[in-house]
Design a protein around this ligand. Structure first.
Ligand SMILES: [Zn+2]
Length: 556
């Protein structure tokens, strides 16, 4: 029997499919209830206000509904039951299809639980798509959980040896219940905040959410910059966005190990300035990069401005620059940019086009491309996404480039020695490869060229007990470098406590974009800010709640 015939029999209600019908109705109620609670979780402050309003609470804190939602997700058992039963009552080809769906869902969910202690979420889908193929393969290894195979094997064995049990007969009912209980015990995880359920329904529920989010995002229309500057630009601007680089692990920022010799030399030669105190907009790559490219004022980005604001490329084009986007980190567009944005770019190169032999060489090839473009003259605006030092760190440098294997500086627990050594070795290799390649043989010695260098987010190197090195909530995950190299105005006050959102208006200043052309009241530019401009600095934990979540206040 196929799905359509099964649907027909629900409606006819001629036999035991009635059970399935009631299961479906029950699930719909359950899903609506969960969605309501999920929504309420994001708007806990309404609940708090309501309870205070009716006089139940006085401190402004209402009952926390989140654990309740987590408990209720237990009721997702019937969804599992439905999937199991649909499989049993199908013809062989449909059995294979259900088996494949079950296996994909189980592998993904067990994997996510294994690696990051939670189930697959909507944002994981986008993050997964945005990384280079090498990292995807590494993640598969990192995320693989043998427990998934146990569940899949049990499921498969039941399909092979138990023939179409009928829930009306005792034997059939026992088989179905047995399978649900076994897979349930093996797979159930209760985690309040993530509304954990059984892995398979939770997986498909997330996929539906992906489709809905996609619809919301594609409804946003990017605004254009209706302006054409009368003169040709007389400088080059290179905007380098690194990956997973925490500021305090750079010797430029005072780290004991000499991880950034090239930058240190530039600093000694007076060709570089840096802000010692900078935080990123998010602890996760996608949201941080989208902020850097499209420039927003506030967090959370409730109006989805990252999809609506004109990007740096739009302003650069209006100012007459030739625009280049060189992305070593991803085979496709990911940081709020869409195919439509490509229309105003002169050049887009992604990780596939770069044809690098291995990940550790990729940023060197990227630097070579930038140098080639800069050597053709002035008027270039180039944005780079490096592959940087994303975990697993040991993959970011060749073994022959190992420098540190002993105890790292500071009070580090011995079980984190390896992590930090790999990370530091990765920074040294990557940073020197990149900046040496870029600057050796560059004509004109950075005259009329400004390089802005930052990282998308920082990194948790074991300070916080979490399996995730970033995309969490800790302050270590937002501590990023911010450096200007080459030509920049004198008298910049780098004691300003800077934020990612200050970089966009700074680049507009470097391009000379007239005030009247700027379509948004951007935050203060780094060329104007001083140490006295104190701004409360907020950041968003992770990617998934970027539009609706609670921002965290950064403090030392
Ligand atoms: Zn990142």
């Amino acid at each position: 029997m196929n799905v359509f015939e099964q649907l027909k029999s629900f409606i006819r209600g001629t036999y035991t499919e009635k059970i399935t019908f009631y299961t479906v109705v029950y699930c719909l109620i359950q899903i609506s209830l969960e969605e309501t609670l999920f929504f309420a979780y994001h708007y806990q402050f309404w609940i708090d206000a309501f309870f205070e309003g009716v006089g139940v609470t006085k401190n402004g804190i209402g009952p926390n509904i989140t654990p309740l939602a987590g408990q209720l997700s237990l009721a997702f058992v019937p969804v599992s039951a439905l999937i199991v039963w649909l499989t049993f009552s199908s013809t062989r080809s449909y059995k294979i299809l259900y088996f494949i769906l079950f296996s994909i869902g189980s592998l993904a969910q067990f994997g996510y639980w294994n690696a990051v202690d939670r189930f697959f979420s909507v944002q994981d889908f986008y993050t997964g798509l945005s990384v280079p193929i090498e990292l995807m393969l590494d993640s598969v290894k990192l995320f693989f959980s043998p427990l998934a195979l146990v569940t899949i094997a049990i499921y498969g064995l039941f399909l092979l040896f138990v023939r179409s049990p009928s829930p009306r007969k005792v034997g059939g009912l026992v088989s179905i219940c047995g399978l649900i209980i076994v897979s349930g015990i093996l797979s159930y995880r209760l985690q309040e905040l993530n509304f954990a359920t059984f892995p398979v329904p939770a997986f498909y529920r997330s996929l539906v959410q992906v489709a809905l989010t996609q619809q919301d995002n594609s409804a946003a229309v990017r605004e254009s910059v209706e302006y054409q500057h009368p003169q040709k630009p007389t400088n080059n601007i290179v905007y380098i966005i690194d990956e997973s680089i925490r500021a305090d692990h750079l010797s430029l920022y005072g780290y004991e190990r000499q991880t950034t010799p090239k930058l240190d030399t530039l600093a000694k030669q007076g060709k570089l300035i840096y802000w010692p105190e900078v935080i990123s907009a998010s602890t996760c790559s996608v949201a941080a990069n989208a902020t850097l490219i499209s420039g927003i004022q506030n967090l959370p980005d409730k109006e989805r401005r990252i999809y609506k604001n004109p990007t740096l490329f739009h302003y650069a084009e209006a100012m007459g620059y030739s625009t280049h986007y060189l992305d070593a980190s991803s085979p496709r567009l990911w940081n709020s940019l869409s195919g439509e944005d490509l229309l105003i770019m002169d050049e887009y190169v992604n990780s596939v086009d770069l044809l690098y032999p291995n990940l550790e060489e990729s940023d060197g090839i990227l630097a070579e491309l930038v140098k080639e473009r800069l050597n053709t003259g002035l008027g270039h605006f180039i944005v780079l996404n490096k592959t940087g030092v994303h975990f697993p760190y040991e993959k970011t440098y060749p073994e022959s480039a190992t420098v540190w294997t002993n105890a790292p500086p500071g009070e580090i627990e011995p079980n984190h020695f390896n992590t930090i050594n790999h990370y530091d070795n990765g920074i040294l290799w990557n940073s020197d490869l990149f900046f040496n390649t870029l600057l050796d043989g560059l004509q004109g010695d950075l005259e009329n060229t400004t390089i802005i260098y930052t990282s998308d987010h920082g990194q948790n190197l074991g300070e916080i007990k979490s399996p995730e090195p970033h995309c969490g909530r800790s302050k270590y995950e937002v501590q990023v470098p911010l450096v200007l190299i080459g030509e920049y105005p004198a008298n910049i006050d780098t004691s300003f406590q800077a934020h990612h959102i200050n970089i966009f208006p700074t680049i507009l200043d470097l391009m000379g974009v007239p005030e009247a052309v700027r379509q948004i009241d951007y935050p203060i530019s780094l060329l104007e800010a001083s140490g006295e401009d104190e701004v409360a600095r907020f950041y968003m934990p992770g990617d998934s709640d970027f539009f609706t979540g609670e921002p965290l206040l950064y403090s030392e």
